[in-house]
Design a protein around this ligand. Structure first.
Ligand code: BGC
Length: 414
């Protein structure tokens, strides 16, 4: 008798769950809200819809994702995690350790991700021995963007050393042009800072200081010079920079109000979305010095109940790493595909430079994770560094005090 009831109950449950199944659905938390970013994420929304999915958008404005991560924590703490979240670097493993991520190994294995992703990228997508995130792209952080006409009018070439950058900036300032478009938000200060660490210190120093957090590197003379250069850069920024969004800084370069911006290649997505042509309207070059700072966007799926949601997660993960999405999305986003087998013929010269230098720096041991974009360190450590960088940039703190504060903040962050 008992067995019959149980069988009846489970048949009814099956019927009702299959009757209720409405197809794959996903609630997607991301911070892609600027012009170029919105155009890029629309590519994924469209592919998801074309494959029968229903997308609920949860955009959280704020470059670099700080606000998105605050929103995520609130949702998870209230027991209502979004199904898919833009998440990257060690934060993926931090969330996995909290027991809230879904295992997407079945999709990864069926789609052969291990064969099409470079090992350095695949490593970020693994939690212990399972796949726990799907990579979207490779952004490069250490770029300078310039208005081609402004440089030509002032007889300036793209700088290849920080001294050249400073000399060009002084000349521009004398001519009444804002040398450096910058948004005064902590993550933007950190973005500039890490390119200066790489450029002045070199790849080994970057590794020691911002990946290994070696106290000797953090308090070195080289780090003092880095803060000196940050102070010099502060002098090239206009007085209204405080709180400005990064894409508004890009717009200043676009319209000729400013000459340069130091920003990852999501800035290229803004130029492209505005119809600008690289090499003609705007120029790209790596910031002075060797090396390549990478920033891989990825999505992690949070453990949720419901066939619709789980089907949505599987579909989303599959599409994200699929070759057609990787091409179209990255053409818009300014980045290059994470997959190694996507042809770059339709990509522009900046993307080609990125791909070439990613390969050469990987071979030369100078392919390095961006600390400012959450690829190198856990949140407590990267947050401690950024607090010091931004406190220095926004005050008259000496470089000597900044390095001491940096070493102390890192030591106290564990
Ligand atoms: C992300 C990019 C994004 C940028 C500005 C970075 O951390 O990786 O995808 O465009 O922040 O919001």
């Amino acid at each position: 008798m008992k067995r019959t009831i149980l069988a009846a109950v489970s048949t009814a449950a099956l019927l009702s769950s299959s009757a209720a199944y409405a197809g794959p659905e996903a609630e997607v938390l991301h911070w892609w809200t600027s012009g170029g970013e919105a155009k890029s994420v629309a590519v994924l929304q469209q592919e998801f819809a074309d494959n029968g999915g229903t997308w609920t958008d949860m955009p959280v404005a704020g470059g670099g994702g700080d606000a998105a991560m605050t929103a995520l924590r609130a949702r998870v703490l209230s027991g209502n995690a979004p199904t898919a979240v833009q998440l990257k670097g060690p934060a993926i493993q931090e969330w996995y350790e909290e027991g809230v991520l879904a295992d997407i190994s079945a999709v990864a294995e069926a789609e052969g991700w291990a064969d099409v992703l470079p090992a350095s990228i695949a490593g970020h997508m693994k939690c212990e021995d399972i796949w726990c995130a799907a990579p979207v792209n490779v952004h490069r952080v250490d770029w300078i963007w310039a208005n081609a006409q402004v440089l030509a009018d002032n007889d300036i070439d793209m700088p290849t050393t920080w001294d050249e950058f400073n000399a060009a900036a002084q000349k521009l300032q004398a001519a009444g042009v804002i040398p450096l478009a910058h948004g005064g938000q902590a993550w933007q200060d950190a973005t500039v800072f890490e390119t200066v660490v790489l450029g002045l210190g070199g790849p080994d120093f970057y590794q020691q200081a911002l990946v290994d957090l070696d106290p000797a590197a953090l308090t070195s003379d080289t780090m003092v010079q880095v803060f000196d250069q940050m102070r010099t850069l502060r002098g090239f920024v206009d007085p209204n920079f405080s709180g400005r969004d990064w894409n508004l800084a890009t717009a200043m370069v676009m319209n000729g109000e400013a000459a340069f911006q130091i920003m990852g290649d999501w800035a290229k997505g803004e130029f492209l979305a505005a119809g600008k042509t690289p090499g003609q309207d705007f120029l790209c070059a790596s910031t002075p010095g060797d090396g390549f700072l990478y920033n891989v966007d990825s999505f992690a799926m949070f453990a949720v109940d419901g066939d619709d949601k789980q089907a949505g997660q599987q579909l989303l993960a599959k599409l994200i790493v699929g070759p057609s999405f990787q091409k179209v999305f990255n053409l818009n986003k300014g980045s290059i595909p994470a997959r190694v087998d996507v042809a770059l013929d339709e990509f522009d010269q900046c993307a080609h430079l990125s791909a070439k230098e990613m390969t050469s720096s990987s071979e030369g041991g100078s392919l390095l994770p961006s600390y400012a974009h959450g690829m190198a360190l856990r949140g407590a450590q990267s947050g401690a560094i950024t607090d010091v960088v931004t406190a220095h940039f926004n005050s008259d703190m000496s470089s000597a005090d900044a390095v001491q504060m940096l070493a102390d903040a890192v030591a106290n962050s564990y």
